[in-house]
Design a protein around this ligand. Structure first.
Ligand code: RIB
Length: 300
């Protein structure tokens, strides 16, 4: 049993700033760090740290950024034997500003991530088994994500889809993933309905099911998480933490959820663990640098 992640690998340039600039504004940052990132790579690291044997499929460039981008995945023992190297595009980059209180704004330059294609899909067919969990996002070409869903359905593997970054007309077939888990803002974009609180999140979670998902999850950040299944609607409140940086919290949730499902945990338990792990990740700077290990998650 493994978690297989097909997705993006980036190097994150993270600036800490008092307030995220508005269009046309220039602001001075307090400090800057360079850290491994990318939604796919982040989810792979989170899954590995939460106890899963994890395989990462994606692409990097032939540059110095690549080694930095893969540093934590390598240290933590994620299987990187299927990472492709582009001869023409650089490793993906993300320019991130994090303001006081932890909110962020991110610009991604996809680079080699845009070249993830048939080689990665061939590798996916090779590694994915019926008892595995496949994790997908939207930072590689969407037609590749669609084909990965078809592959996983054929194989009988479960699919966790984190529809980020979200956009209005994402392919309908992606909603057929077993679990679809947007955050509040992404749910609004995907469904075209306001999601402002637990009540409206429950409506959105149900709508995700009516689009084809077995389980619709809406992550509400500090307010917790709501999910809809064939058995009804559920809510887990947020954890009390001192949040300083929310970058990668959604990725922690997706990776941790996949890992705990892969370990055989019931859905509700896996979601509660993922909720705690995501909250913990907001207490430190950066994405991967903030991800907890299973032993760090309280109550386990
Ligand atoms: O979800 C956070 C991630 O989004 C960052 O690590 C950045 O690389 C972008 O992909």
């Amino acid at each position: 049993m493994s978690v297989v992640v097909l997705g993006s690998i980036n190097l994150d340039l993270v600036a800490q700033i008092d307030k995220i600039p508005v269009p046309g504004e220039t602001r001075l940052a307090r400090s800057m760090v360079t850290l491994p990132g990318g939604k796919g790579a982040n989810q792979a690291l989170a899954a590995q740290r939460m106890g899963a044997h994890t395989i990462m499929l994606g692409m990097i460039g032939e540059d110095a950024f690549a080694m930095q981008a893969l540093k934590f995945l390598r240290q933590d023992g994620v299987d990187l034997s299927h990472i492709g190297v582009s001869k023409t595009s650089p490793t993906g980059l993300a320019f991130i500003v994090v303001e006081e209180g932890g909110q962020n704004a991110i610009t991604v330059v996809p680079g080699a991530n845009a070249e993830v294609g048939s080689d990665a899909l061939a590798d996916l067919q090779q590694v994915l088994g019926p008892s595995d969990v496949l994790v997908l996002q939207c930072e590689i070409p969407l037609e590749v994500v669609e084909r990965a869903v078809i592959t996983a359905k054929k194989v009988g593997a479960r699919i966790v889809w984190d529809p980020a970054p979200a956009s209005k007309n994402l392919p309908k077939s992606l909603f057929k993933a077993d679990i679809v888990a947007p955050n509040q803002g992404e749910a609004e974009i995907l469904l075209g309905v306001p999601v402002t609180d637990v009540r409206t999140a429950k409506i959105a979670a149900r709508q995700l099911r009516s689009r084809g998902a077995q389980v619709g999850i809406v992550k509400l950040g500090a307010e917790g998480v709501v999910w809809a299944t064939s058995r009804g609607l559920f809510y887990q409140p947020g954890e009390e933490v001192q949040a300083i940086d929310a970058v990668g919290a959604g990725d922690t949730f997706a990776g941790a959820l996949a890992a705990r499902l892969d370990a055989g945990e019931a859905l509700g338990d896996a979601i509660r663990v993922a909720n705690r792990a995501a909250a913990l990740s907001t207490t430190k700077t950066g994405a991967q640098s903030s991800f907890p290990w299973l032993k760090d998650v309280p109550g386990l």
